[in-house]
Ligand binder design. Sequence first.
Ligand SMILES: O=C(O)[C@H](O)[C@@H](O)[C@H](O)[C@H](O)COP(=O)(O)O
Length: 268
Amino acid sequence: MRAPQLVVHHDKELMAQAAAARLITKVVDAQATRGSASVVLTGGRNGNGLLAALASSPARDAVDWSRLDLWWGDERFLPDGDPERNHTQACEALLDAVPLDPARVHAMPASDGEYGDDADAAAAGYAAELASAARSASGSASGSEDHGPVPTFDVLMLGVGPDTHVASLFPELPAVRETQRMVVGVHGAPKPPPTRITLTLPAIRAAREVWLLAAGEDKAKAAAIALSGAGEIQAPAAGAYGRRRTLWLLDDAAASQLPRGLYRPAIP
Ligand SMILES: O=C(O)[C@H](O)[C@@H](O)[C@H](O)[C@H](O)COP(=O)(O)O
């Protein structure tokens, strides 16, 4: 596992804008190289802030939205359209404003969908959807390296919680200990709502690049813990890394407790 790369921006808004520009470039490059791109979205304020910044970016439509596959790292297990669902918030922040191919937008199941209120069955259903996408990608002309149980995501984004959780992998809870399944149901999550669906660490680690978003004073302790050698069970963010790159995108406030020398502060 390569050491994570850190980039620290002056404030939350600048981090969102810069991360949005970074994502546009990454998607445009993937589409130029392989004809399509695959991105995993995250919920939360930092994740939605990035999407909103992307929606207002002058470079937004450099992306060919019809050739972008969108997945989610986790979802609050609520009825479709519930304002608290990550999918609902992503649609409000960006997705409703761009011409995506609906067949390539892979929302996690809702609690009033085909699996009813069974979060574990819904998680298994999403895992099957990921596996199917991986198989079809590996058969494609692009010669994609997809061969595992999930597609090779170009970028997988994760907001970092104040307790170091990422997706819906919370410290010490069963989901962060999962080593076989790619998607699991979460029950009794400390961050409401209690029932969720989440990618597991093995699924997260299938991504070419994992970007962790941490902005705001309330993330300073979590960033310091996760970047100072904590174990992934106690600090799930510490276990989130990509096959080629792990990038922490922070602002000054979230970086304020990092050990000296871990990153090069911007010129004041
Ligand atoms: O469903 C969720 O709540 C998110 O996916 C969760 O993992 C979020 O990204 C972190 O809790 C950070 O959230 P904030 O950016 O709002 O602090």
